[in-house]
Structures are given as structure tokens and as C-alpha cells.
Design a protein around this ligand. Structure first.
Ligand code: NOJ
Length: 545
């Protein structure tokens, strides 16, 4: 049975499953709900509190399922609605909660509304549910404004009307197959309230809200202007299509729905905002429960930077009473074992493998540091195996639409989506009986669950150990108190209530510090000499005091 402690989400460790790549139950090379269901005991044993499933809805898969054609149906490649119900039921029986993705910013171009909007032509009432506008220029041959798609190229596509003539343009902040919905239209808001209820009635414990910051566009869809690269502005400025104040009214209405249901159903915002302070707006007491901390995800393995972002994050959440969240990897960024294997500053979309051993050491240390922080932590499937990104996928197997739209200059998200290895040998290393939709690298089996289970030095056992300590000592994730202790340059040391100290050495040298207590868990066994502990390079230790 699901545990009923109140505020369960405040310190929950939530594991992201990318359904295409987790486990394949029917042997077609593509992960599915049956596969996930069969591996739920693994997640229970890992020690996570909840599972977040990326989209499994009916979809042409132009963007890995983030292009939804029917929000109430399961894509046949993933299974059926009864499979989803059974999965939620089994998870609850194992004490795991289930969060599903909801994708409200855009639908698929194969959604019934959009198909009819095109077919019925200009004047169709369905067109008002999207952003259809006439083009500029003498013959409407230019897009209505200068917005660019996040995936590259213009954010507008011109349609051909039923009479064969070029017609209006429609807005798509992502791929052309993902037309943006018009949230000013009451039917759109009504439809999503009904979709939330559909999944809540089925028993899910909450939602991860895709592009939560994008639903409302600035009045009149004004040009951005300037001659720079719009995507560069994204991180720093409030854009006319992101983080508009109007989005918050939507989340207030969603919160009222979530609160009607028993068992503390939650929502977590995927909201890319210029500052953590603006992220905090999404988690005010009458809005959503959590928001991903992408500033943390983007931080380098550097003590001063990490301390800064931890303080800023806790400080921003405190006034609104929401827990901080922490995340190092997800299905949109290069895995952190590969980010940390490369020089700082290369960003979160990498094609370079870097120094794998170094990357893994730092990734393990970064994870242990993250799991000592108060609040909720998100793990991405495979990081518990220390998986690197697959940086050498041949271009012809890539499916990330941004790779293709940006002419191969960007969009390496397939590298973190390669199906994960369960067994040392065998067909697709135990992913399934019928191969794997993206090729797995040679030797992937050595990183498998089977290879690491029972090996005390493995990354998998490190995660299991850390999550077991977190469960046994609820104080570790609770509250928002982090007391910094004096430490040499490049080392982080902080105390948490309940008698815990965490030390992290981010340098490439041994560093000696006074012994902080009894070693509970660490990325390395730490030598103690003359009352001093010798912290190895790129290591984290939890101490009991
Ligand atoms: C964010 C999702 O995480 C990403 O995978 C997707 O491409 C975009 N939103 C568009 O839905």
C-alpha cells in the first residue's frame, strides 16, 4: 500500500522513467508499460518514493511522445489503458507513487482538433483553439512575427487551405508537428481540467507539467526584435512566449482540482525561468507543489558555484513554503556522468565523451551531495548505473527533432535515451527480446543492473545505500536547513538536522579536514590519520555525528 505520510512529496525521491527506453515487455525493440510494470520491484528495492513516467499517450512520436494526439489514450506501442491502470495499481501495492506527464502547451498536429482546423479551412472555430494568423508581406508570405522555434527555424508554419492555396500560419514553439494551443480559449482550459480528472480518477498521484511556463503568450504576440540568437536570450530574459504572469491563474485552477482528490496529488512544473526567484512563483501555496531546479542541473562540479546555487534555491523557496528540488539529469540533457567528464562551460548538450572515469567519479560525488540536501530529488533512469551519454550514435539513427531542425548543430538528446542494460549479456542486455530502438554501445552489459548488484563498489549499490539511509533517517530530506561548516577551498561541508554532516571534495587533490564523525556512506572509503580525514579527489562522504 502507498504510504500515507502527509507532505510525502516534500522530501520524495522521484525516479523518471522514459518509457521508450526502460524495459520492453513485448519484444518489439521499444519499451512499454508491460516492461515498466515488470521492473517495478527493482524501483521499490532501489528505494525511491515515486516514479514519473514521460508520455505514453497516443502520439505520432514526432518528439518522443511530447506530441500528443489523444490525451486519454495509450499509444499501442506502449500498451493499453488497462495496462496503465494495472501499472498504477501494482506500483501502489509496492508503496510507489506514480506521476504522469501532461503536455498542455501544444498538441500533436494529428490531434482531432488540429486535423479538423486544417480540414475545415479559414473560419473554422477549431482554428481559434490554436494560434492561426495571416502572414505578413504582400501575399502573407512572411511569418506573423519573428519568433524562433526552440528546436531551430521559424516558430511558424504556413498551411495549405482546402482549396489548395497557401493560407494562414500557425504557431509552434517546438516542432511543426506540435502546434501551440491557445489558452485564451475557454475550451482549451476546460479540456485540460477534464484530462487532469481523467488521470486522477484512474489513480495517478500527480503530474509533471511539460513547458509549464509557455501556455500564455504576451498579448498581440509581439516581435522580440534584436539581431541576436533568440535561443541565447531564453535563459536570461522573460520572453513574450515564456513565463508570462497569466500562466499562474491556470495553475491556481489546477491546484483546486488536485486538492479535491484524496491522498495529496501533486504537480511539478517544468518551468525554465531566468531566475530561481521566478521559478518560485509556480509553487506558491495555491499553485503547483514543486518546480524542477534547472539552475542546479546547469551548475558545474565546483564548490563555490554549488554552494551559491544551493543557498539561492533554498532562499527562493522559503518565502513560498515550497520544498527545494534537485536534479542532475533528465531525458533532455547530456547525462551528468558525461557533463562532468568534459571541461566546464560546454553546456548540457554535448557530443564529446570526455574523460569517462573522471566523469563517473564526479557524478557519484554529485549524487551523494544532492541526496544530502533538504527537499525532493529527481533521478533519471540509468543514472543509478552511472551510465554515460552515448555520444557516438550515428546520425541516421537519431530521432531527436531538434537535431534534424538545427542541421546537426544541436539536439543530442538521443544520447541519454539509449535503452538501459539489465543483464550482462543477451539480446539488448535484457532490455527486451527484440533488440533496441537506439543501438546500445558494446560492453553496455558491464554497466547493467545484474553486473552491479551485490558489488559494494558499484554505483547502483551506492544509490541503494544512500536511499536506504535517507529512508531510515527522514530528517535527512526534511525541512530546509543547511548549516555550512568551515572547509578548505574546493570543499563543501554542511550539517543537517538529525546529526548528519556531508563533505564533498570537488578538487583534483586529496584534502585533509578534521574528522567530521562516523563514516556512514561515501563514494570512497576515507582514510583517517591523526584525527584528520583525507578526502580523495572528487568524493563525497556522509558522516554521522
Ligand atoms: C520538454 C520535454 O521535456 C521535451 O522532451 C520536449 O521536447 C519539450 N518539452 C516539448 O514538449
Amino acid at each position: 500500500m502507498t504510504q500515507q505520510h502527509s507532505g510525502w512529496w516534500r522530501d520524495a525521491v522521484i525516479y523518471q522513467v522514459y518509457p521508450r527506453s526502460f524495459a520492453d515487455g513485448n519484444g518489439d525493440g521499444m519499451g512499454d508499460l508491460a516492461g515498466i510494470r515488470s521492473r517495478l520491484p527493482y524501483l521499490r528495492d532501489l528505494g525511491v518514493d515515486a516514479v514519473w513516467l514521460s508520455p505514453f499517450y497516443a502520439s505520432p512520436q514526432a518528439d518522443g511522445g511530447y506530441d500528443v494526439a489523444d490525451y486519454r489514450a495509450i499509444d499501442p506501442m506502449f500498451g493499453t489503458l488497462p495496462d496503465a491502470e494495472a501499472l498504477v495499481h501494482d506500483a501502489h501495492d509496492l508503496g510507489l507513487r506514480v506521476i504522469v506527464d501532461v503536455v498542455p502547451n501544444h498538441s500533436s498536429d494529428q490531434h482531432e482538433w488540429f486535423k479538423r482546423a486544417l480540414k475545415e479551412g479559414p473560419g473554422s472555430a477549431l482554428r481559434e483553439r490554436y494560434h492561426f494568423l495571416p502572414g505578413k508581406g504582400a501575399d502573407g508570405e512572411l511569418p506573423p512575427n519573428d519568433w524562433e522555434s526552440i528546436f531551430g527555424g521559424p516558430a511558424w508554419t504556413r498551411v495549405t487551405d482546402p482549396d489548395g492555396q497557401p493560407g494562414d500560419w500557425y504557431l509552434h514553439l517546438f516542432a511543426p508537428e506540435q502546434p501551440d494551443l491557445n489558452w485564451e480559449h475557454p475550451a482549451v482550459a476546460d479540456e485540460f481540467r477534464s484530462i487532469l480528472r481523467f488521470w486522477l480518477d484512474l489513480g495517478v498521484d500527480g503530474f509533471r507539467v511539460d513547458v509549464a511556463h509557455g501556455l500564455v503568450k504576451a498579448e498581440g504576440l509581439p516581435d522580440i526584435g534584436g539581431d541576436g540568437d533568440q535561443l541565447k536570450l531564453l535563459g536570461n530574459d522573460v520572453m513574450p512566449f515564456f513565463d508570462q504572469d497569466g500562466v499562474h491563474e491556470i495553475y491556481r485552477s489546477w491546484r483546486r482540482i488536485l486538492d479535491e482528490y484524496p491522498g495529496e496529488r501533486i504537480a511539478v512544473a517544468e518551468a525554465w525561468t531566468p531566475t530561481v526567484e521566478r521559478t518560485a512563483h509556480y509553487v506558491r501555496p495555491d499553485e503547483l507543489h514543486q518546480a524542477f531546479n534547472f539552475q542546479y542541473l546547469g551548475t558545474h562540479w565546483d564548490a563555490a558555484e554549488l554552494r551559491g546555487v544551493i543557498d539561492v534555491s533554498l532562499g527562493a523557496m522559503r518565502p513560498v513554503g515550497a520544498p527545494a528540488t534537485w536534479v542532475l539529469s533528465n531525458h533532455d540533457v547530456t547525462r551528468h556522468a558525461t557533463r562532468f567528464a568534459n571541461p566546464a562551460g560546454l553546456g548540457t548538450q554535448l557530443r564529446a565523451a570526455g574523460d569517462r572515469e573522471l566523469g563517473l567519479r564526479r557524478a557519484r560525488a554529485a549524487t551523494l551531495l544532492m541526496l544530502a540536501l533538504p527537499g525532493s530529488a529527481y533521478l533519471y533512469q540509468g543514472e543509478e548505473l552511472g551510465l554515460p551519454d552515448v555520444t557516438d550514435l550515428p546520425d541516421e539513427v537519431r530521432q531527436d527533432p531538434s537535431f534534424w531542425r538545427a542541421s546537426g548543430q544541436d539536439g543530442f538528446r538521443d544520447g541519454c535515451r539509449v535503452p538501459i542494460p539489465w543483464t550482462v549479456e543477451g539480446e539488448s542486455y535484457g532490455f527486451g527480446a527484440g533488440g533496441s530502438w537506439l543501438p546500445q554501445p558494446e560492453g553496455w552489459g558491464e554497466l547493467s543492473v545484474a553486473a552491479q548488484t551485490g558489488d559494494p563498489d558499484s554505483t547502483l549499490e551506492l544509490y541503494r545505500g544512500a536511499l536506504a539511509v535517507r529512508r531510515a533517517h527522514p530528517a535527512l530530506g526534511a525541512g530546509d536547513a543547511v548549516s555550512w561548516l568551515e572547509a578548505p577551498e574546493g570543499v563543501l561541508a554542511f550539517e543537517r538536522p538529525g546529526g548528519f554532516v556531508c563533505t564533498a571534495n570537488t578538487t583534483d587533490q586529496d584534502v585533509r579536514i578534521p574528522v567530521a564523525g562516523r563514516q556512514l556512506l561515501g563514494t570512497d572509503q576515507v582514510l583517517v590519520e591523526d584525527g584528520e580525514a583525507v578526502l580523495p579527489p572528487d568524493s563525497t562522504v556522509w558522516w554521522g555525528v
